[in-house]
Structure formats: C-alpha cells, structure tokens
Design a protein around this ligand. Sequence first.
Ligand SMILES: [Zn+2]
Length: 83
Amino acid sequence: MAEIYKSTKKFGTRYGRTLKGRFGKIEAEQRKKHICPYCRKESVKRVAVGIWNCKKCDKKFTGRAYTLAIKKKAVVKSEEEQE
Ligand SMILES: [Zn+2]
C-alpha cells in the first residue's frame, strides 16, 4: 500500500507541473498560425475567442478558445464529418 501511495503522489506533482507548462504554451500558440483541418494549409487565424478563420479556403469554424488542437477529431466535427 505504501508504494502505491508514493507513486500516486509522484504522478500528482508531475501532472501539476505539466499543466503549468501548458498555460505558457497556449499563450504562444494563440499568436501563431494554425493548420486548417479542411485544407491542411497553415493559414488559420483566431478571429475571436473560440472562432477560427482559414484564409485559404475561407472557412470559419469553432475550436478551443485559444488554440486549435486539430489532432483531436472532436474539433473538426462541426461542418463535415469526413475521416
Ligand atoms: Zn483551410
């Protein structure tokens, strides 16, 4: 039992550190261009919180508030459901 407690504690500390690192990353990510989930070109810019616009194919879509995490399928499900 003692060992389980130890490893859980260690994981908790690591997780907290990861979260903190992520917040700094989000700051940088919302300023750079993102890859469009439709045409795969790097021309997506955030136009408002959670709203993104691709200049290449002129699609507007919603995503995360500050970053586009397009690797997750859930983000792209709004208009077309390919894949
Ligand atoms: Zn596009």
